[in-house]
Design a protein around this ligand. Structure first.
Ligand code: C2E
Ligand code: MG
Ligand code: MG
Ligand code: MG
Length: 275
């Protein structure tokens, strides 16, 4: 009896928030301030067209530099931004900033460059998302086809019909839609079949297993056939070695991205090294 009461009491007085939730709350108020203080920056990582060898697209990757603190990687703060709803505002900022940067590149001698932006499923589920993309493009003076939006395969899609509606509107505008992190963990082929993607990004874990797992060697050519039958462009992520680059080229991937080809950086094209 006493034992049970103790147990219940402990339960009652136990902080209702887990450590993780408390951390998240702290991070969330930090994120809101950070947005007001302009502590976010976009870095850009090139994607190489494997036929021409040219940079055809740059992926915008969000960075948080808290004043006086150490930089926080997106994998740490994006989940908190999603949990708090701040991802909507933050995502709008990313969209505006990346479009402005792309327009500047177009004016400075790279008129055919594309920008790829990571978009949270929560943004895609908003009924006004496609419209806000259209406004951002208009404001920057960009064609819709200069923009690629990436949706990660990880995690749940809470409202597939809502996302599908926005996908159709975006596709109609001419925006490219990419499925990110394909082959990372539990794969959801349904997502690929139900949403009109035109780009498939192979996750870096899949690429890394190319040289080490015979299964990957057999699976990837089949995936290539599947992708081309769906008219999907294949992009290989996380290319770190020449051997991986050759392997994905042989596989028929159209684009490659990874440290071997260029690290994410604040400035593109890279500034020449000081002499
Ligand atoms: P992602 O979209 O799959 O982006 C690729 C990640 O792999 C980036 O990590 C990039 O720096 C890293 N990477 C690039 N090349 C290599 C390589 O050769 N090897 C390895 N091991 N890694 C490589 P990062 O910048 O830390 O971003 C992590 C994730 O955060 C992104 O994964 C994306 O899902 C998310 N994210 C980044 N920016 C945004 C954003 O603006 N909005 C949203 N919603 N998510 C974002
Ligand atoms: Mg991405
Ligand atoms: Mg990815
Ligand atoms: Mg990833």
């Amino acid at each position: 009896q006493v034992k049970r009461e103790l147990k219940n009491g402990w339960r009652r007085y136990r902080p209702s928030m887990t450590q993780e939730a408390q951390t998240r709350l702290l991070v969330t108020s930090g994120l809101r301030d950070a947005l007001e203080r302009s502590e976010f920056q976009l870095h850009y990582q090139p994607q190489i067209d494997l036929k021409s060898g040219e940079v055809m697209c740059l992926e915008a990757l969000l960075r948080w530099f808290p004043e006086g603190g150490v930089p926080v990687p997106p994998d740490l703060f994006i989940p908190a931004a999603e949990a708090s709803g701040l991802i909507i505002e933050l995502g709008q900022w990313v969209l505006g900033a990346a479009c402005a940067q792309l327009a500047a590149w177009h004016r400075s001698g790279f008129p055919r460059l594309r920008v790829a932006i990571n978009v949270s499923p929560l943004q895609f589920a908003r009924p006004d998302f496609a419209q806000s993309v259209e406004r951002a493009l208009e404001q920057a003076g960009l064609e819709a086809s200069a923009l690629e939006l990436e949706l990660t395969e990880r995690g749940e899609l809470s409202d597939l019909p809502a996302v599908l509606g926005q996908f159709r509107a975006l596709q109609h505008m001419g925006v490219h839609l990419a499925l990110d992190d394909f082959g990372a963990g539990e794969s959801n082929l349904g997502r690929l079949l139900h949403l009109p993607f035109d780009v498939l990004k192979l996750d870096h874990h899949l690429i890394a297993s190319l040289g080490t797992q015979p299964e990957a060697q057999m699976f990837l050519p089949a995936l290539q056939t599947f992708a081309s039958s769906l008219n999907l462009e294949l992009v290989a992520e996380g290319i770190e070695t020449e051997a991986q680059l050759e392997a994905v080229r042989a596989l028929g991937c159209q684009r490659a991205q990874g440290y071997l080809l260029g690290r994410p950086a604040a400035v593109w094209p890279p500034e020449p090294a000081p002499r």
